[in-house]
Design a protein around this ligand. Structure first.
Ligand code: GLA
Length: 684
């Protein structure tokens, strides 16, 4: 039986009739003549979806309870007349000046007591009852006004929650935090236990004594810090659900989303996902970073995993440069197209940008737009228009799914806990560690899902735990069962160290996975910054691998066999650096350092071989990505050339070239540098 959320998401798909294409549209920044040109150009460029009115609160509610929809009525009518769907914002992303003047208590407070002023955006305390009340009133007015408007196809709640203000330390937040703790722990004794408060005389006798982890003389309690991050994500989620509930009541058939930012630490996407009808991501890979496409791939697989495999929307990307890095590289010709198709290849049903027309003023005037300052006789606009034409050629991609056999485990509480202070090495960073594992898998050409530890693991053959520090005993038990049932596990150092309260699983690390991995770690010996960690193979005559880095530790074998050893001069006593263990019907590998990428690739390949996992398309050259999106009776193979060379790819069977309007059958494709091929199964 279909869930209502799925029905609502389908309503958007049906309405678009294919993939979405468009961007943030900020017509309030432009005069009438420009707006008229915008609509003509949007039609020319194939735009069918725009994110509208995201920063419009000050214009739509110029003073308390006075709503003026005149401007946006015209815009919505014009969009409808041009066949363009509005992803209409609830307009609550940036409170208007009058609200901060009337209610300065809505302003967020930093950990050291500073107040964040208006003048930028997102200057609201997520727990503020005044902010929440004013937001809900606005949403009620907006939803009531536009409920039957023909342009309305999707609701866009707020904007990138928490990107500027993810945590507020004011007294209102403190009170909200206490309530959240009382609901989580029931009584203060349970909190004392979870937070290990006998350490440093932190024992509480009442919830009333508990504070947010404000700036303290030294390290605040780590479990308190971790819970405050959970609470802060939940407080923002409550802002979202309050607005969503209004929208569901007034427009029950219109899907609701909010846009997450790729690589954003503060918001626990997994805990929000079930509250949304469709997930949406803003992605800004850095053109100056040679592996940007791998970082982007990770974020797409992660979002799709959080969506339970359902299609998602790329709500923002840059047409070329952004404005907010130190040095803002532009996208070379073809790269915007390549990276857009990459999002589609990894499950996106819409490709959108920030923003339609590059602003004349404001902080983002040097952020590229689909229509640049230089106008439409530009490379950027030509590439945008061409991409719009191409995406419209493949409507059958919409709604299709991806099936993979490899899962990398990721969750936000682990990210938060792993990067807390007073750890063995500040060099162990979550996204770096995940990429150290994800990149060799990506390069091996296998399809990857990035999943929460509580996901259904039975559908996977290989499971990867990249320094997954925080794992509950229950999750460790499920992972053990996955291996015993025949799965292939690859776990790296500093995995399974603490429980959900950041308390160590004692008995030799990683105690709760020790039987599965066949190892027991007694001590961590992290490397100095830049220090080479020498390795050698157990066989005396085998060549030594390139040095590792970051970490070494004292691994004792309790059933596993070593595949690599730490080498001298000070570490020459045959301590294992990488091991393999048979557990039940499966295999568990453990890596006690950060190997050189080539060594890591060899370890990953062995884990894939153990499980018999093959690449999506065997025989591809490095840098060519292949994914298959599957429908009920068709599938689409997408090939992406992330290299600067031309490559010929031989296909195992004839496929239809869907980017050629005549859809000819092909057996070979030529991928130009940064080239793309979109190939349907014969029936397409
Ligand atoms: C984010 C925001 C947009 C804009 C872009 C600029 O994604 O959602 O409003 O600021 O960044 O890159």
């Amino acid at each position: 039986m279909n869930s209502p959320a799925r029905d609502r998401a389908r309503n958007l798909g049906t309405r678009l009739g294919g993939l979405g294409f468009g961007g943030d549209y900020n017509p309030e920044q432009w005069d009438e003549a420009t707006r008229a040109e915008d609509l003509r150009l949007m039609n020319e460029a194939g735009v069918n979806l725009v994110n509208l009115a995201i920063f419009a609160w000050a214009r739509v509610e110029p003073s308390r309870d006075t709503y003026d929809f005149g401007f946006f009525d015209t815009v919505m009518d014009d969009l409808a007349a041009h066949g363009i769907t509005a992803d209409l914002a609830t307009m609550t992303a940036s409170p208007p000046p009058w609200l901060a003047v009337e209610h300065p208590e809505i302003l967020p407070v930093t950990a050291s007591g500073g107040i964040l002023s208006p003048g930028g955006r997102q200057h609201f305390c997520p727990s503020s009852p005044v902010f929440r009340d004013r937001a809900v009133r606005l949403v009620e007015a907006v939803a009531t006004h536009y409920r039957d408007h023909p342009a309305l196809g999707l609701w866009h709640v707020s904007n990138e929650y928490g990107i500027h203000v993810a945590e507020c330390f004011c007294d209102t937040s403190a009170a909200d935090f206490r309530q959240w703790l009382a609901a989580r722990y029931g009584d203060v004794a349970a909190l004392n236990d979870a937070w290990s408060t006998d350490f440093w005389s932190q024992r509480y006798t009442s919830f009333d004594q508990v504070l947010p982890p404000r700036t303290a003389p030294t390290y605040p309690n780590p479990s308190q810090q971790l819970d405050f991050k959970r609470f802060s994500s939940d407080a923002l989620r409550t802002c979202f659900t309050l607005e969503r509930d209004v929208l569901r009541r007034i427009t029950p058939d219109t899907p609701v989303t909010t846009n997450f930012l790729a690589g954003h630490k503060a918001v626990d996407v997994h805990s929000w996902a079930s509250e949304m009808d469709v997930l949406a991501l803003d992605s800004y890979p850095d053109p100056h970073w040679g592996s940007a496409h791998i970082g982007a791939a990770l974020s797409y697989d992660l979002l799709r995993g959080a969506a339970g495999g359902k299609p998602w929307l790329l709500t923002e990307q840059a047409p070329s440069a952004v404005n907010w890095r130190g040095r803002n590289g532009g996208k070379r010709p073809g790269r915007m197209r390549l990276w857009s198709w990459q999002a589609v290849a990894q499950g996106a049903d819409a490709v959108m940008y920030f923003q339609w027309r590059q602003s004349r003023g404001g902080a983002e005037k040097f952020h590229s737009g689909m229509v640049p300052h230089a106008g439409v006789a530009t490379r950027v606009y030509a590439e945008v228009r061409e991409l719009g034409r191409e995406l419209a050629l493949v409507p059958e991609l919409a709604g299709t799914r991806i099936r993979n056999e490899v899962a990398v485990v990721f969750d936000w509480p682990n990210w938060w806990a792993l990067e807390l202070d007073s750890h063995p090495s500040e060099g162990v960073r979550c996204l770096d560690r995940v990429l150290d594992h994800y990149a060799p898998l990506f390069e091996a050409g296998v399809g990857i899902d990035v999943v929460h530890p509580s996901a259904d693991l039975s559908r996977y053959k290989v499971l990867v735990l990249p320094s997954h520090y925080l794992l509950s005993a229950e999750d460790c038990a499920r992972i053990g069962a996955f291996v015993a049932d025949g799965g292939s596990l690859l776990a790296s150092f500093f995995t399974g160290i603490v429980d959900e309260h950041d308390r160590v699983h004692t008995g030799g690390y990683p105690a709760a996975l020790g039987d599965v991995l066949g190892v027991r770690v007694e001590e961590f010996w992290p490397a100095a910054e830049g220090e080479a960690v020498a390795l050698r193979a157990p066989e005396a005559d085998a060549p030594a691998p390139a040095p590792a880095s970051l970490w070494r530790e004292d691994v004792k074998l309790t059933g596993a066999r070593p595949e690599l050893l730490f080498a001298g001069p000070d570490w020459d006593d045959d301590r294992p650096a990488a091991t393999v263990h048979t557990h039940g019907r499966g295999t568990a590998r453990y890596v006690a350092t950060r190997p050189h990428p080539a060594t890591m690739r060899a370890i990953v390949d062995r884990a894939l071989d153990d499980a018999g996992v093959a690449p999506v398309l065997p025989g591809l050259r490095p840098g060519i990505q292949a994914t298959i999106r599957r429908g009920a009776d068709h599938d689409v193979l997408i090939l992406l050339n992330h290299t600067e060379d031309t490559h010929e790819v031989a296909l195992p069977a004839d496929r239809r070239d869907l980017l050629d309007g005549k859809r000819p059958l092909v057996r070979r494709v030529t991928l130009d540098p940064r080239g793309v091929a979109v190939l349907g199964s014969d029936g397409n």
